[in-house]
Design a protein around this ligand. Structure first.
Ligand SMILES: Cc1cc2nc3c(=O)[nH]c(=O)nc-3n(C[C@H](O)[C@H](O)[C@H](O)COP(=O)(O)OP(=O)(O)OC[C@H]3O[C@@H](n4cnc5c(N)ncnc54)[C@H](O)[C@@H]3O)c2cc1C
Length: 320
């Protein structure tokens, strides 16, 4: 449903880095309250994993474009092919904007840590899915991973693994096998996806751990796709501001850190959310930290943070 946006703008400017669901929802709440929003996205299209990770047969890309268009209509400026830390410096953003929101996702693919992992026939799930999605969207000169008539083995048991096996089937693979380290009952992904994958001809092999030595059996494969999840990373560009995101359990953004004494201080200009954060109250607690500190005004139905009234109070409530 289309959100209601503010009729008038205030004088505060917020930069949003990343155009995935975290960036999109941050932009939505800010635009509803009248903030000026500019979004910086390193890819050629906005939407993050919604655009280039999740396959088109699962998520229609026109719905992603429609939501981005609503934000543009509401006055947001979007810069694609603009990577912060490369084409645009974070110091520049820090100078030009009152606050910055990091919604950069979690793109560091986990490895199995065995010999042969660097082979040209072994690929990360995200590279496989992104290439095919780009080709399907008509991007020119895409180097996608061609699995037609190949024996594909996908390692992993989550939603990403299911997207890989089901994409491989659609790409005309000769056979598609999914190896998972636990049993079916303990698969982390959606049960429906597993049922769908089986119906489409995917073979599942459970309780298999890929190891270097003591191998009980060998699996024949032309292409191996690793779908073992992602780890959040602290982007190197934050160093420019003496900032760092610490710990992958409970990520916070800090500035002027003193790592040895663990005497951290919250940044008052940078917030973050989405896959590069594991906190539940992402938007409320993080994006508006600047305003929370400066004006002491924030209210979130979900997080229970309460505030007094002021010009910049942000209400983080379900979209109407
Ligand atoms: C294959 C797959 C299937 C999934 N299926 C589901 C599902 O069915 N249901 C579900 O709820 N979730 C699903 N997820 C998870 C969901 O997609 C993510 O949780 C969600 O996209 C995270 O949103 P985000 O905004 O934090 O990050 P992302 O969607 O990753 O967006 C981050 C954006 O930041 C950009 N960026 C990064 N660094 C920079 C930089 N320096 N400068 C500018 N831009 C930058 C990236 O290019 C990217 O566009 C799936 C994920 C994958 C990989």
């Amino acid at each position: 449903m289309k959100p209601k946006f503010a009729d008038h703008k205030n004088d505060k400017n917020v930069a949003i880095i990343g155009s995935g669901p975290a960036g999109i929802s941050a932009a939505t709440f800010l635009l509803r309250k009248g903030f000026n929003v500019e979004m910086f996205e390193r890819s050629d299209r906005a939407g993050g994993l919604l655009m280039y990770g999740i396959p088109g047969f699962k998520l229609d890309k026109t719905t992603v474009d429609r939501r981005i268009n609503w934000l543009l209509e509401a006055g947001m400026k979007l810069h694609v092919n603009c990577e912060v830390g490369n084409n645009k410096s974070i110091s520049e953003l820090d100078k030009d904007f009152d606050a910055i929101f990091l919604g950069i996702g979690s793109t560091a693919s986990n490895k199995v840590k065995i010999d042969g992992e660097e082979s040209s026939n072994v690929h990360f799930a995200i590279d496989f899915l992104t290439g095919i999605q780009k080709r399907n969207l008509g991007n020119k000169n895409v180097n996608y991973i061609d699995v037609k008539d190949k024996k594909v083995v996908v390692i992993g048991g989550g939603d990403t693994a299911m997207d890989c096996v089901r994409t491989s089937v659609r790409e005309g693979a000769e056979s598609v096998k999914c190896l998972y380290r636990r049993d079916e009952a303990n698969m982390p992904g959606s049960k429906k996806e597993v049922v769908n994958a089986k119906e489409e001809g995917v073979e599942f092999v459970f309780n298999v751990i890929v190891i270097n030595e003591g191998t009980e059996y060998l699996e024949d494969a032309d292409i191996i796709i690793l779908a073992l999840g992602f780890s959040p990373e602290s982007p190197s560009f934050l160093k420019e501001l003496d900032a760092v995101i610490l710990s992958n359990k409970e990520l916070h953004t800090y500035i002027n850190t003193n790592l040895s004494s663990k005497d951290y201080e919250y940044t008052n200009t940078i917030g973050f959310g989405g896959d590069n954060s594991l906190k539940i109250d992402l938007i409320a607690e993080n994006i508006f930290i600047k305003y929370l500190k400066k004006f002491g005004n924030i209210y979130s139905e979900e997080c229970g943070l309460l505030s007094i009234n002021s010009e910049y109070t942000i209400i983080v409530d379900p979209l109407d």
